[in-house]
Design a protein around this ligand. Sequence first.
Ligand SMILES: [Zn+2]
Length: 142
Amino acid sequence: MILYQLACTNAHQFEAWFRDIATYDAQSAAGDVMCPFCGSTGVTKAPMAPNVATGAHKDATAETRTREVAEQIMRAVHRLHRHMEENSEYVGDRFAEEARRIHFGETEERDIYGEATGQEATELDEEGIEFQRIPWIPRRNS
Ligand SMILES: [Zn+2]
């Protein structure tokens, strides 16, 4: 279905639904499209209005979609953080040191999380110590 903004020869404007463009063309050519105000069949499509409306609608939809995706990502990150907080030990900025000690068996093997500088992360990488980077998000209650 398409909505046309139509205008008659007497400058009345009105909207009408048609199944498709071909239906409008056929009815218009046959003189079946009639102005509801004056009964004139000299009806033409009003310029621009339908296109403008459609364009604005499309932009709003894309914006909503983008926001939904962003919120989904944030929820996933929050879940990841919660899981991590419940299942591993927080070691703060000693992360690189602890990860290394665990790797070399110098301390009890366990899951840990904390902060590491870019330099420390690169060193852990080079030493073949397994760790994962997770997206950082501000804590809501701090
Ligand atoms: Zn009219």
